[in-house]
Design a protein around this ligand. Structure first.
Ligand code: BJW
Ligand code: ZN
Length: 231
């Protein structure tokens, strides 16, 4: 069985990382995170945008994966043993899937623990605070390696190729408000895939899913994984 999973901020909510939308959304009290996640905001006030991501980077380093991350890692290993495969695509910029044991994670919106040079494009591991004067070896300015509104998400060819060969599409902890990720379910349906949503509450595109399960990811994901592996 080939399973395609798309995760969003809800899968990391119980690890103490904030969500953008939905109950308890309070990613950053002082400013609307959605207003900061744009190239225009970074051009206008890079220090403020760095401050937002520096605070989230510190929070991430102190956080731990939860039962949902661990269950998805178990699913990846068990499917591989049975000759199947899991494609795990995340909109999250945290590394909690990896720390939960997942081997292959596709970060379509980038990674918080990496920095990118705005001049040469080089991407490097980065765990410290970034500042306006942080520089690449080429002297270009460093920015967080994340995908802001209006920028092209990463690994799109790989993602669409994986959707082509999947048997089941599952969305976990995502509001369905941000494209192109929000359109994956429609594309999966068009290919005849069964689609399942695991979320705290109905997402914006809930009606596109055949199977909907609502509750905290730390409970719904492990029980759904057990069910899949018992088949
Ligand atoms: C729980 C839970 C618990 C809580 N258990 N669940 C008009 C129409 C259509 C599209 C557009 C349009 N105008 C502009 C666009 C395009 C735009 C877009 O989608 N805008 C919308 C606002 C309409 N998209 C883009 O610009 C993208 N690029 C693009 O389209 O390029 C063109 C292109 C397309 C295709 C191929 C090639 C090129 C880029 C989008 C970049 C998004 N960036 C951000 C910031 C990244 C860095 C960062 O983290 O700061 O990504 S925005 C933010 O939203 C972040 C997230 O990854 C993303 C999605 O959020 P997510 O993960 O769904 O989280 P939430 O908070 O929304 O939802 C959490 C859910 O969990 C909720 O439902 C809760 O209930 C639930 N939950 N606790 C389970 N314990
Ligand atoms: Zn550079």
């Amino acid at each position: 069985m080939n399973i395609f999973i798309l995760t969003g901020a809800g899968v990391s909510a119980e690890s103490g990382l904030g969500v953008f939308r939905g109950p308890g959304a309070a990613l950053w009290k002082r400013h609307d995170p959605i207003q900061l996640a744009t190239p225009e905001a970074f051009a206008r006030d890079p220090a403020l945008v760095h401050e937002f991501y520096n605070a989230r980077r510190r929070n991430l380093i102190a956080a731990s994966p939860n039962a949902a991350h661990v269950a998805l890692a178990r699913l990846e290993a068990s499917l591989a043993q049975r000759g199947g495969a899991l494609t795990l695509v995340t909109q999250n910029i945290d590394d909690l899937h990896e720390r939960g044991g997942s081997i292959r994670v596709i970060h379509m919106h980038g990674e918080l623990l990496k920095a990118r040079c705005a001049s040469c494009g080089a991407v490097s591991d980065y765990r410290d605070d970034l500042a306006v004067d942080s520089r690449c070896d080429c002297d270009g300015a460093l920015r967080p390696h994340v995908v802001w509104f209006g920028e092209t998400p990463l690994y799109m060819d790989e993602i669409y190729a994986a959707l082509d060969v999947a048997d089941l599409f599952v969305a976990i902890g995502t509001s369905g408000a941000v494209y192109p990720a929000a359109s994956f379910v429609r594309e999966a349906r068009a290919k005849g895939l069964r689609c399942c949503e695991l979320n705290l509450e109905a997402s914006e595109n809930a009606e596109e899913f055949d199977d909907r399960r609502y509750g905290p990811a730390s409970e719904t994901v492990p029980s759904w994984v057990e069910e899949i592996l018992a088949r």
